[in-house]
Design a protein around this ligand. Structure first.
Ligand SMILES: [Zn+2]
Length: 355
């Protein structure tokens, strides 16, 4: 059984995040991540179940106000789509990948995690113009060392998932590097909240959703059967406060706390929830910022339109280089997101905030 390590909140959540980041699961194949979370949370929850499409639902408490926290388990990656006579694999993308990160990248193929590489033509064969171009993914092939098509089909048939081969590592200043931090940071936040105190006034559902990266799908089904009074989506979002990016386009700043969304491409956040989150953060000295981008989407957009409508808000952990092979987050931001989520739940539990 997976137990959080003792020590500070940052240490504990860092240990869980490492396991979550190293686990693999693209949309529709989230089983390894789901199993890790189920093992960690089952002993602490009143009820844990997997619904018909793979969402993991964990309930704490039985109080009058039903609250849902959503974090998605799937990561961006690739799917084997065909085979060359030579044994090389053709692939399609799963989720919105940055095409610049694919060429030459080491990958893990299938749940057996067979090593491979996204192959490139030899650089010394390129002319000067070609060196400036990013080859489209349809021209790239994965090499797993197979000697012919039959061998390749046998070990990596069509539909086999492919993951980036990136191990989680701790950097300096409490920052960490890993694959899939979008949204394993959110999974770590929701798990840590579920491991915390039970609240008499709430029925808290921590829901780990499927297929967010391909259309916010799991959250829609989960919000229907959970039927929450209100919901938060906890996600990893872009943070581009790096050289060469105009400050107005950075979306969020790393190490400046959780980012509260005002709107995105799928939903306008409930202003009462948003203002309550900001007010609690200010009063309790939790750093926070607003997400300065109004496009893209999170599970909030999926939950919002269920049943009679669900008031939602997204709270995101800033992550640099998301939707690539390796992203970077600050454990201080993750811990602050946990604190803010707990403050929000406390305010609902005590009746200080109601909708
Ligand atoms: Zn995400």
């Amino acid at each position: 059984m997976l137990e959080p390590a003792p020590g500070t909140l940052e240490d504990r959540v860092g240990e869980l995040l490492e396991r979550l980041s190293n686990a693999c699961g693209i949309a529709g194949g989230e089983g390894e991540v789901r199993e890790l979370l189920r093992e960690a949370l089952e002993p602490h929850c009143c009820e844990v179940y997997t619904d018909t499409i793979g969402n993991l639902v964990c309930r704490r408490g039985n109080g009058p106000v039903r609250v849902m926290l959503a974090a998605h388990m799937d990561e961006v990656g690739l799917v084997v789509a065909g085979h060359e006579d030579s044994g090389l694999l053709r692939f399609k993308e799963s989720g919105g990948l940055d095409p610049r990160v694919l060429p030459g990248r080491p990958v893990l193929v299938g749940l057996a995690k067979m090593p491979g590489v996204i192959g490139l033509g030899a650089v010394h064969l390129l002319d000067a113009d070609d060196r400036e171009k990013v080859p489209p993914s349809r021209e790239l092939l994965i090499d797993i060392g197979a000697g012919n098509k039959e061998e390749a089909v046998a070990v990596a048939p069509p539909g086999t998932p492919v993951f980036f081969s990136t191990r989680f590592e701790r950097l300096s200043n409490g920052r960490v590097k890993g694959k899939a931090l979008d949204d394993r940071v959110g999974c770590a936040v929701v798990a840590e909240v579920l491991l915390g105190p039970e609240r008499d006034g709430l029925t808290l559902f921590g829901v780990f959703t499927v297929q967010e990266e391909v259309g916010l799908r799991g959250a829609r089904v989960a919000a229907y059967h959970v039927a929450p009074r209100l919901a938060l989506a906890i996600d990893g979002t872009s943070s581009a406060n790096v050289p060469g990016v105009d400050p107005s386009l950075t979306c969020t700043d790393l190490s400046e706390g959780p980012a509260i969304s005002v709107m995105d491409g799928t939903v306008v956040m409930d202003s009462r929830i948003r203002e309550q989150l900001a007010s609690l953060a200010s009063r309790h000295d939790v750093p926070y910022q607003y997400r300065r981008l109004t496009t893209a989407g999170t599970d909030s957009g999926g939950m919002f339109l269920q049943r009679e409508g669900v008031p939602v808000c997204s709270v995101s952990v800033p992550c640099r280089y998301i939707h690539s092979a390796a992203s970077l987050a600050d454990l201080g931001d993750v811990a602050a997101t946990i604190r803010l989520t707990n403050l929000f739940l406390d305010s609902l539990d005590k009746g200080e905030f109601e909708l």
